[in-house]
Design a protein around this ligand. Structure first.
Ligand code: MG
Length: 225
């Protein structure tokens, strides 16, 4: 019997693709750089690779902030920009970017009447609750589990141990993890004995994901849960 839902934030409740593209475009403007959509594809590819390394424990978030834009600028053939400095400018915009995923607000409103809702995110603590407030989604959440505060990222066992230590008397079988990342959200939660819902945010075809339910529109949760 489910009593509690964990939601990933980026590309589950907030549209990180839209937020990061907008932030990248603004920071490029600040630096007088020409921006086109192909460049955003390079950001997505490199950023995903780096976040995968964080999930595997090979890289820290601070490490990512140091190298991310230097790698991307090298791939884009843009010379003469200090990636670490650019990261700060990019972050300035990202910290206040808050485009909700379609249907996020009505779905959280509906679910908050039936379940306890927690956010479970690997992204920076200083960013996530603020972005959720700006998107007017914070009011539906009972709390935040942010890896930075918990001391370990999803999908590590330690991340989930720390979550459950903060949830008095709730067992993994009573909780469903909902998120867009097969590695960070689904595999770890399943191994921990939680129910899982993979949100196919990018509408990937033929994805090999083992989850209890799969959706490509958040609003479907209102029928399923
Ligand atoms: Mg995500």
């Amino acid at each position: 019997m489910l009593t509690t839902l964990f939601f990933d934030i980026d590309n589950t409740l907030l549209d990180f693709s839209a937020c990061s593209k907008d932030s990248m475009q603004r920071a490029f403007e600040d630096y007088g750089l020409r921006f086109d959509d192909d460049m955003f594809d390079t950001f997505v590819a490199q950023n995903n690779m780096l976040w995968r390394r964080i999930e595997l424990g090979e890289l820290t978030k601070d490490g990512l902030f140091k190298i991310r834009w230097n790698i991307i600028f090298e791939k884009l053939g843009i010379a003469g920009v200090d990636g670490e400095e650019f990261e700060e400018d990019f972050h300035k915009y990202l910290n206040v970017s808050c485009v909700p995923v379609d249907g996020a607000k009505q779905t959280l409103k509906y679910l908050s009447g039936k379940y306890r809702l927690y956010a479970a995110s690997n992204a920076p603590l200083g960013q996530q609750p603020r972005r959720m407030k700006l998107a007017d989604l914070d009011r539906y959440m009972d709390g935040y589990f942010i890896s930075e505060e918990l001391g370990a990222p999803k999908p590590s066992k330690r991340f989930f141990d720390e979550c459950f230590a903060r949830l008095d008397g709730v067992t993994p079988a009573q909780v469903m993890m909902i998120g867009d990342s097969k590695s960070a959200d689904i595999d770890g939660a399943r191994q921990y004995g939680m129910a899982t819902c993979w949100f196919n945010f990018l509408k990937t075809k033929d994805a090999d994901v083992r989850a209890d339910i799969v959706i490509d529109d958040l609003r479907k949760l209102q029928d399923l849960l």
